[in-house]
Design a protein around this ligand. Sequence first.
Ligand SMILES: Nc1ncnc2c1ncn2[C@@H]1O[C@H](COP(=O)(O)OP(=O)(O)O)[C@@H](O)[C@H]1O
Ligand SMILES: [Mg+2]
Length: 229
Amino acid sequence: MKDLIVKKHPKSPVSEAYRAVRTNIQFANIDKDTKTILVTSATPGEGKSTTLSNVAITLADSGNKVLIMDCDFRKPKVHKTFEISNAVGITDLLLSGEDFQAHVHKAIHKNLHILTAGRVPSNPSEILDSKTMKQFIEHLKTFYDFILIDTPPVLPVTDAVILSTYVDKVILVCASGDVAIDYAKRAKESLDKVGADILGVVINKINIKSRNHYYYYYYHEKKKRKKND
Ligand SMILES: Nc1ncnc2c1ncn2[C@@H]1O[C@H](COP(=O)(O)OP(=O)(O)O)[C@@H](O)[C@H]1O
Ligand SMILES: [Mg+2]
């Protein structure tokens, strides 16, 4: 399973960094009022899907019932990362009104369930900006401790900003060196405007060359980013 480093190399410094994000989420949830967490970034390819997938596993490993929702209807990736079918996903369920239980993937990792994106629609923002979507998330909340929601980037499209108004907290992934700080600020401003509650920023893809972080460096070097990935 590509990019699932906490599964492949649980003892690596990268996995340790993902567990640190988990600890921060758990500390932020002392009052048990943080259930739905949206993960986004300013621009494409900063590592939203990778961060979300690894953090979801670490949360599941500490005994939480976790659901991943792939709400990046434009460039869905979660089904690829976990190597599962995307034959029926969120967009299909919203359209048909069918119960999610028959289509949520349950057998991938203990305590972790996944709803894939579904068919790519022609009008993603309209689908997200609907009562049906909002109610769907509310319904799902009754089954899980944490729901992590993958989204498109903030600056090119409005999807993540719309969705941020349905969730408890937002995590902003920021690829170091890749994205101008100005972009990250603009993304934060867009989220602030609608009152999104930003839990924190994950600085991703830091090129650490120190010996202690050799694995991280290796991982970073191995994955060359494609344009628009
Ligand atoms: N911490 C990291 N170190 C190195 N490469 C990473 C890291 N996080 C993500 N990547 C790589 O960056 C690319 C984009 O990641 P992805 O999670 O798909 O971004 P997004 O969902 O924000 O578009 C992928 O090829 C992924 O393997
Ligand atoms: Mg993605």
